[in-house]
Design a protein. Structure first.
Length: 136
């Protein structure tokens, strides 16, 4: 599971920051940031791809960090503990997305948007939810 999580994080970093030699310029482009979601550019395919990109992250992180079900110790993990793990994973996915968008503020050819943060967080949540449902 750790390998899958590392692979998921690596895929997100590569897909959202490459190629560094062409895009990263080292000075900010705050004027091009879309602060209010879905106001400047509305691309459904971009939204869906961002959701799909972050779903494996949410899934593998919850599977890795959620309390495991062990019949010898307890028949079911507590719903409260399992919910906390998923909540922290979704918060981590949101923070990860914010970091990616902050990097894109310093790139030509990339547009940092709050819609991307929302779609990435949604993808993390959907992946986390799928992992929790799979454990039941």
């Amino acid at each position: 599971m750790v390998t899958l999580l590392i692979g998921s994080v690596s895929l997100i970093v590569l897909a959202t920051t490459m190629p560094w030699s062409l895009y990263y310029v080292g000075h900010a482009h705050w004027s091009s940031v879309e602060w209010i979601p879905f106001t400047r550019r509305v691309r459904l395919d971009d939204f869906i791809l961002n959701v799909l990109l972050f779903m494996p992250f949410g899934f593998t992180a919850v599977r890795l960090f959620e309390p495991a079900r062990n019949a010898r110790i307890a028949p079911e993990p507590s719903a409260r503990g399992a919910g906390k793990a998923a909540m922290w994973v979704v918060a981590g996915g949101c923070l990860f997305s914010l970091c990616v968008e902050l990097f894109q503020v310093y790139c030509h050819g990339r547009i940092a948007t709050t819609a991307d943060v929302l779609s990435n967080t949604l993808g993390t949540w959907l992946g986390a939810r799928a992992a929790r449902r799979g454990r039941r």
